[in-house]
Design a protein around this ligand. Structure first.
Ligand SMILES: Cc1cc2nc3c(=O)[nH]c(=O)nc-3n(C[C@H](O)[C@H](O)[C@H](O)COP(=O)(O)OP(=O)(O)OC[C@H]3O[C@@H](n4cnc5c(N)ncnc54)[C@H](O)[C@@H]3O)c2cc1C
Length: 392
């Protein structure tokens, strides 16, 4: 990949709304992405490999459980800090951000919120350093947007549980040491269970040939009469509301992350438009290209403010699931549109790996689908404002 010349757009001086600590966290993450991720990301994406060598660095910039209290190995930071870290990582690559989101919001968060004290002590400090990596199993072959229909089940066998079923499209599954798995008990109630690699009957085959999120390993979770120790059940909360709370945390991070991808595409397109000459002028001199660039920075600026405000509400404990849905939906669509427009500004160069734009564009096709599809988020907002659910 060409040299990383990234300069983050901040058209309305959003920086003035950040604390000094936010800016320090942001600058450290930004610098680390430039130094450690940019030089390798194109190559690992082309090879469809997860870059395990960056796990340690991700842990050091606070990408694993920044909001988890320090007593459990986290950084004890606020939600705006978490969002900023996700934004900077996704500026580098959505696949890398996916790994960090899963570890933080979908593995550490449920153990912190619903786990026993022993589970928190056993897993959280090692997840914070990346010594243990985790995954989150909710989606099944027959149940994506409708996880409540899940077929994965466990039975109480007296001294242990017996888990059977399968999960599909699970980020980090091929290398995860532990999986937070959502399954129904004999009464049909959803509970979270911690499944550890090495348990007999548990396998994690990788899903190959993705054109999107190629730096994030995706796979299945297969449970064939897996004996789960009783102490591995998350005792703090049951019902579908438990995994949905985890999704709120992850979707919040995605809302920030998508802005990072959009900012990277816009920055590359603006620089290219000023340098590339056609008909004796830089292409940035043509009105059609200015329209594209103007609309991009307008949409990025709107998304930055929407998301910063969402962060304030989340820090105050007031952000609703529907508000998070709106930001995830808006920002991912915004980023995808900007990636597509930026790709066009670069002409043929836009399809090469010399620039990050095509990779962002393909990555965002997954981001617009996972953690609730674009359409499902629209229906969540629709239900919130009308009081009428249109998706059941
Ligand atoms: C790369 C990747 C990584 C992922 N990582 C994880 C992970 O770590 N853990 C995990 O549990 N899951 C993960 N997922 C799964 C993801 O969350 C699901 O793909 C998503 O929820 C959609 O489910 P589905 O693909 O089965 O689509 P479906 O639910 O089959 O939907 C197909 C289409 O129908 C539409 N649709 C469905 N229901 C309705 C309705 N009621 N009204 C209107 N339209 C509707 C959808 O919007 C969509 O456009 C991942 C997916 C991808 C692609």
């Amino acid at each position: 990949m060409a040299q990383d010349l990234y300069q983050a757009p901040d058209y309305y001086h959003l920086d003035d709304l950040l604390t000094d600590e936010h800016k320090l966290i942001r600058d450290a993450a930004r610098e680390w992405i430039k130094r450690e991720v940019t030089p390798i990301i194109e190559d690992v994406a082309q090879k469809a490999e997860f870059p395990k060598q960056i796990i340690d660095g991700l842990a050091k910039i606070g990408a694993f459980g920044s909001f988890i209290p320090e007593e459990y190995g986290g950084s004890g930071l606020d939600h705006i800090s978490y969002g900023i870290i996700m934004q900077e990582i996704e500026r580098g690559d959505s696949g890398v951000r996916s790994t960090a989101s899963v570890q933080s919001s979908l593995v550490m968060y449920p153990i912190w919120k619903f786990g026993s004290e022993e589970q928190k002590q056993k897993y959280l400090p090692k997840l914070a350093t990346g010594e243990l990596m985790g995954c989150f199993g909710l989606t099944e072959p027959n149940h994506g947007s409708n996880p409540g229909g899940m077929e994965t089940k466990y039975k109480d066998m007296g001294d242990h549980y017996l888990l059977n079923g399968a999960k599909l499209w699970i980020s980090n599954s091929p290398f995860a040491d532990i999986a937070v798995v959502w399954a129904k008990n004999e009464k049909g109630r959803v509970h979270g269970l911690i499944v550890e690699r090495g348990m007999k009957g548990f396998s994690t085959p990788e899903t190959h040939h993705k054109w999107s999120l190629r730096t994030s390993a995706t796979g299945e979770l297969i449970f064939d009469n897996v004996k789960i120790p009783k102490e591995n059940l998350l005792p703090g909360k049951s019902g579908l509301g438990a995994p949905l709370m985890c999704l709120d945390s992850a979707r919040y991070g995605i809302a920030w992350g998508a802005i990072g991808a959009a900012m990277d595409c816009y920055d590359a397109a603006l620089r290219y438009a000023k340098e590339r000459t056609q008909f004796g002028k830089p292409i940035a001199a043509f009105q059609l290209q200015q329209k594209k660039l103007t609309e991009m920075i307008t949409e990025i600026t709107k998304a930055q403010f929407l998301t910063w405000r969402l962060g304030v509400l989340r820090d105050e404990g007031r952000a609703t699931s529907a508000q998070i849905s709106m930001a995830k939906r808006n920002n991912v669509e915004m980023a995808l549109n900007i990636a597509r427009e930026s790709r066009q500004i670069l002409g043929a160069m836009g399809i090469t790996g010399d620039y990050s734009i095509m990779r962002h564009m393909m990555n965002l096709e997954s981001v617009i689908t996972y953690e609730g599809t674009h359409d499902i988020h629209l229906l969540i907002t629709g239900m919130d404002i009308t009081g009428i659910p249109a998706f059941v």
